[in-house]
Design a protein around this ligand. Structure first.
Ligand code: PEP
Ligand code: MG
Length: 904
């Protein structure tokens, strides 16, 4: 019998060859797949191997056991590396050192563990010193190994949870600080070989004392300790919370990459750096990055030293005095630039690169598609399409609809900013303006935000452990760290306002305060950030909404998007100002005007209340007559703002009690102004009281009971339309009846509407194209859409009510249990935000099918909140709707989502 071939668990790369490729991201993780791909492309990558994500899944399922034969595979892979490097792992004369890193399918910056310099032992240290002749470098590498290994493998991975500030890493760093003080030096680099050697002895003693275990002195034991710790870190606290926020499935698992160490810290001829093939903050096609001489990779991201600019052109005031790589080592810079071009062309996208220079030789450690903010994403997509690197369609698909939001982001009012008290400045890591109350820990940020407060999270260096507090914060501010620090990367991914490396801040976290420029900012004090410039201000400054009109790449991208999309995009607007704003954002009409909002105006609420309090039709009509001119004026404003485009106006929808005062004091006041006894008002309020007002006397039911209300509204609409038509302004009013459940309800209201409309048209002797249609927001209306369509000239899905009635969840009370449902996985997402395709969606599909069976050209739209949600827009496209309608600020996002839906 043929033996089943064992599953391959380990994939080698290096020496211009690789067993894996970029296509194997699911199995090798993003990092592993790209290392294999780079190696295959002939880019200088230190050799190594990747242990698959399947091993991680197995490891988790089998409670920490590895698949059979893994040890043998790893041994073989190590041998391959040894051969390529002509070194031996654990070889006292010519030792090979490796790094052990995580790498999931989707990048999770800093959320999992890394151990560097694995393979350094008492024996190999001696060999390495002999070989390199650089004693200082070797002891420096060893103290880094002890720090990382004891923290990651011996403490975190072992499940030890020390108190804040008592962790082994912290205690070791304390020893380092003590030594620096004793030697009167500021930088680690100023410590001598002898200093570091002594420090390593202290470190090992501290490890023994704190963790009750000896630091392992065997290369293979270190390697397996590292591998296991990285696998375990997949289920670490911060990795789990990051996955929750980003929606990454827990079952994916991480791969482990074991790779030859190359050193950026062997002396002044070595360096390490991070680079982006284009600027990730602006999108500009300029090589952008940071590097540090005589340092290891972690130094750049940890933000302990200020990194140097890669190029002369991208220097900042903070880095002006430091040499760029372009100047310091033109040869290596040219090689790096060639690799930049090669990788960007190969991957056809902006790359985030990590490199190390060891004694003048360049090595690429990583490449991946770089995170970018919305502004940059748009610019890159458009420029890459113009350069011919990608197609226009790809350009549109490259940008996430939510990223447009950033362009629509608020900015600080420039007048207010001019006069504001500037506290400090730092690196502009995330654009836009934001204001909030200062908090100094991630936990506080989370707790304050939960209470509905706007907060700015202020930290010395934002560690990945802070993710849960960074997410709900309005903005993030740090004292140290560069543009490529973890925090900056994470914030950029979210499009959050962020300033890093703001060195003037002196933060006292335990006391919850900071001093800056001679001032003290305490917890709860308001500060404002300009993330585009990197300025921090005292107090809360006014923010202005963003103006995308001035952004050329945005306009170009939207033009392309519009050429692809099939769905129309309208807006929900109740005022001429909103209508005009939406039109500027590209709205092609109004999908919903909620007329009830107009009745709250101070000039007319009295007449509205008189109408509600009227005892008979005659006095009701009298009050309605007072309302008519106001409504007419409103409609004229809106129809004019939307001239040439359709405007859907809905007749009165909410229950009448919403217009009356409910507390004693206001009742007295209103009764007085209406000149009626307060008793009468109270009685009316009482009689309008309903147990389930959302299911009560509202929507078309009001119009059926009081046809004179519908009459007045239709008259106002048509009078407005005629007045404009006479001035040769093209208007297309669409009268929409809300909350119908039967065809008869619609017919009743339509008869009123058509009678009045024709009357008005006849009086003015003009022709106005008008339509009468209905909202579909009651399940029964959806199910009987074939009948409803006999009377309706258009449908518009009111998916707010439709969701409410399909789920039986009260729209107004859902907050009490819905978050719990989502947390527990009972619902995948909030169905009031993103349409529930499986349930509510079926009703929509049914109504579309049945409605069009009756009336082939039935115009159908959606005006619930879902109209601005990308996933729901996609659904509307697939279901064959004619348009979506959403709030003005969502219009660009809806247009863009509709284009992506069409391209999908
Ligand atoms: C709806 O129900 O979806 C709708 C648009 O109407 P409203 O939100 O005003 O009830
Ligand atoms: Mg509704």
């Amino acid at each position: 019998m043929a033996k089943k071939k064992a599953k391959k668990n380990v994939y080698s790369f290096g020496g211009g060859k690789a067993q894996g490729s970029a296509k194997m991201k699911n199995l090798l993780g993003g990092k592993g797949a790209n290392l294999a791909e780079m190696s295959g492309l002939g880019v200088p990558v230190p050799p190594g191997f990747t242990i698959t994500t399947d091993v991680c899944t197995h490891f988790m399922k089998m409670k920490g056991k590895y698949p059979m034969g893994l040890t043998k595979e790893v041994d073989l892979a190590v041998k391959k590396v040894e051969k390529l490097m002509k070194k031996g792992f654990g070889d006292p004369d010519n030792p090979l050192l490796v790094s052990v890193r995580s790498g999931a399918r989707q990048s999770m910056p800093g959320m999992m563990e890394t151990v560097l310099n694995v393979g350094l032992t008492t024996e190999t240290i001696k060999g390495l010193i002999r070989k390199t002749g650089n004693e200082r470098f070797v002891w420096d590498a060893y103290r880094r190994l002890i720090t990382m290994y004891s923290d990651v493998v011996m403490e975190k991975s072992a499940g030890i949870e020390p108190k804040e500030g008592k962790g082994i890493r912290h205690q070791l760093e304390h020893e380092l600080d003590k030594l620096k003080k004793k030697r009167r030096v500021k930088q680690d680099t100023e410590l001598t070989a002898e200093d570091l050697k002594t420090l390593c002895v202290t470190y090992k003693k501290t490890v023994k004392k704190v963790l009750k275990k000896n630091f392992p002195d065997d290369a293979m034991a270190q390697l397996w300790g590292g591998i296991t710790a990285v696998f375990r870190s997949w289920n670490g606290k911060r990795a789990i919370s990051y996955r929750k926020i980003e929606g990454i499935p827990h079952e994916w698992g991480t791969a482990v990459n074991v790779q030859t160490m190359v050193f950026g810290n062997t002396g002044e001829n070595s360096a390490t750096g991070v680079a982006f093939s284009r600027n990730p903050a602006t999108g500009e096609n300029k090589f952008y990055g940071e590097w540090l001489i005589n340092a290891q990779g972690e130094d750049v991201v940890a933000g302990i030293r200020t990194p140097q600019s890669l190029t002369e052109a991208t220097k900042t005031p903070e880095t002006r005095h430091l040499p760029s790589l372009e100047k310091a080592n033109p040869k290596v810079f040219r090689q790096l630039s060639r690799i930049r071009a090669k990788l960007e062309r190969h991957y056809r996208d902006m790359q985030d690169l990590e490199f190390t220079i060891e004694e003048g030789t360049l090595y690429m450690l990583q490449t991946r598609v770089g995170k970018r903010n919305g502004v940059a994403a748009i610019r890159m997509a458009v420029e890459m399409a113009k350069e011919g690197l990608i197609s226009k369609k790809e350009a549109v698909m490259r940008v996430k609809p939510e990223q447009l939001d950033e362009l629509l982001h608020p900015m600080i009012d420039p007048h207010a900013e001019k006069k504001a008290a500037k506290l400090a400045s730092g690196l502009p890591a995330g654009p836009g303006g934001a204001t909030g109350q200062a908090v100094f820990t991630a936990d506080d940020a989370e707790a304050w935000a939960k209470k509905g407060r706007k907060v700015v999270l202020v930290r010395d260096e934002t560690s990945p452990e802070d993710v849960h507090g960074m997410h709900p914060a309005e903005a993030i501010l740090t004292a140290t760290g560069g543009m490529t620090s973890h925090a900056a990367l994470v914030a950029r991914g979210w499009g959050k306002c962020c300033i890093v490396g703001c060195a003037a801040l002196q933060i006292d976290t335990p006391k919850r305060r900071m001093t800056v420029g001679g001032r003290t900012v305490k917890e709860g004090d308001w500060i404002t950030l300009n993330g585009t410039k990197g300025n921090v201000y005292q107090g809360s400054l006014t923010l202005l909404p963003a103006d995308p009109d001035t952004n050329k790449p945005y306009k170009q991208l939207m033009k392309w998007a519009d050429s692809f999309r099939k769905l129309g995009v309208r807006t929900n607007a109740d005022t001429p100002e909103d209508a005009a704003l939406a039109r500027r954002f590209g709205a092609q009409g109004i999908g919903l005007t909620r007329t009830e909002h107009m009745f709250f105006g101070p000039d007319r609420i009295l007449a509205m209340r008189q109408m509600i309090l009227a005892d008979d039709e005659k006095s009701r009509r009298k009050a309605l007559a007072k309302l008519l001119p106001y409504q007419k004026k409103d409609f004229m404003g809106i129809l004019k703002a939307m001239k040439g485009l359709p405007v859907t106006i809905r007749t009165l929808d909410p229950p009448l009690h919403e217009f009356l005062p409910h507390d004693d004091k206001s009742q007295k006041k209103v009764a007085k102004s209406l000149r009626i006894p307060v008793k009468k008002l109270k009685e009316k309020v009482q009689s309008l009281h309903e147990l389930n007002p959302m299911l009560g006397h509202r929507g078309c039911r009001l119009g059926v009971t009081y046809p004179e209300i519908t009459e007045m509204q239709v008259r106002a609409i048509m009078e407005a339309a005629c007045a404009l038509a006479k001035k040769k302004i093209k208007v297309f009013p669409e009268i929409m009846i809300p909350l119908i459940g039967t065809k008869a309800e619609l017919t009743d209201q339509k008869n009123v509407a058509v009678r009045v409309a024709e009357e008005v048209l006849k009086k003015h002797k003009v022709r106005v194209d008008y339509k009468v249609g209905t909202m579909i927001e009651i399940p029964r209306a959806a199910l009987t859409a074939d009948k409803v369509a006999e009377a309706a000239e258009f449908f518009s899905f009111g998916t707010n009510d439709l969701t409410q009635m399909t789920f039986g969840y009260s729209r107004d009370d859902v907050g009490k249990f819905l978050p719990g449902y989502i947390e527990a996985g009972i619902l995948p997402k909030d169905p009031f935000q993103s349409i529930d395709e499986g349930g509510v969606g079926q009703l929509v599909e049914t109504a579309v099918k049945r409605g069009r069976a009756t009336r082939k050209d039935l115009k159908i739209g959606i005006c619930g909140e879902h109209g601005g949600d990308p996933a729901s827009v996609d659904f509307c496209h697939r279901t064959g709707l004619n348009y979506v309608s959403c709030s003005p600020f969502r219009v660009p996002i809806a247009r863009f989502s509709a284009a992506q839906a069409a391209l999908r």
